[in-house]
Design a protein around this ligand. Structure first.
Ligand SMILES: [Zn+2]
Length: 282
């Protein structure tokens, strides 16, 4: 969808509300208390009221948009801009496009969008043949270690899915628990011969340790994880500059890569209705 089509489709608050209602209740609204399908829609309150038991339910309750003073139209535009820009969009660019003088609100929206992406990423563990390595990124001007893992299609040799996890240190126990949090135990994993990887085989079906003669060998033995690490660095350094919440950006990069063959705007709308934030957004 191009920007003109987006603006025509989501021209006002009403069209965003109706879109959200159809996404949440494709077979029609049903009262969660009594199961009745007869309800009035109260536009001023963005809520349904059941004709039988009078139970009221906000259409944004238990979604990314709940407890937010931001209009749905602004939210939808933010989701469109975040997903349609090939390299992602910075907080300052987002604030500029939404006409916000204070970029802090754009920063809070961006963070919530990344949290919805994180919730989707966390539903899946990598499976099959998985390349694993660590890399150094910059967070708040300091070095941060990130565990990277990429599942590879065995027939074609192409990458399937990626996950990243920021870790405290390079100790074996730290890396093992990070690896277990993103990779299914049935997987076969390949790593370099760093001593911190020695016990990984205890957690997975098989551990292949690739002994490297020189650092450039890594790209040969573990090509996809290295490529995705450099792509992630380009995504973060190129668009976002100094990031203060690295994990959120790693999740955004992974979410986009893992859905590279999908309509990302549609995907983020689906994510937005299944993610329930735990805090209010001003
Ligand atoms: Zn009811």
């Amino acid at each position: 969808m191009n920007l003109l089509e987006f603006q025509e489709r989501f021209a006002d608050e009403d069209s965003c509300e109706w879109y959200l209602i159809q996404l949440r209740w494709p077979d029609g609204y049903v009262c969660e208390t009594c199961g009745s399908k007869e309800a009035w829609y109260m536009s001023a309150r963005r809520s349904y009221e059941c004709r039988h038991c009078n139970h009221q339910r906000s259409i944004t309750a238990e979604t990314m948009f709940q407890a937010s003073h931001t209009s749905l139209r602004e939210w939808f535009l933010a989701l469109y801009l975040v997903t349609e820009s090939k390299k992602g969009i910075s907080v300052l660019q987002l604030a500029h496009h939404l006409g916000m003088k204070d970029s802090r609100r754009a920063a809070r929206m961006k963070k919530r969008i990344q949290q919805a992406m994180t919730a989707r990423n966390e539903r899946y563990l990598l499976q099959g043949f998985v390349e694993l390595d660590e890399a150094v990124f910059i967070e708040n001007g300091e070095h941060a270690t990130v565990l990277a893992a990429v599942s590879v299609e065995e027939e074609t040799g192409h990458p399937k899915y990626v996950r990243f996890q920021v870790v405290e240190n390079m100790k074996a126990a730290t890396l093992e628990s990070a690896a277990v949090s993103v990779i299914d135990p049935s997987s076969d994993i390949a790593t370099d011969a760093h001593p911190s990887h020695n016990r990984l085989g205890e957690h997975f079906n098989e551990h292949i340790s690739c002994k490297q003669e020189k650092p450039s060998d890594a790209a040969q033995y573990l090509p996809w994880v290295h490529l995705l690490i450099s792509n992630a660095k380009r995504f973060i350094n190129g668009t976002h500059h100094a990031v203060n919440h690295l994990q959120g950006y790693m999740e955004e990069f992974s979410w986009r890569f893992n859905r590279r063959f999908c309509d990302l705007f549609q995907q983020i709308l689906v994510a937005s209705i299944s993610y329930k934030p735990a805090y209010r957004l001003q």
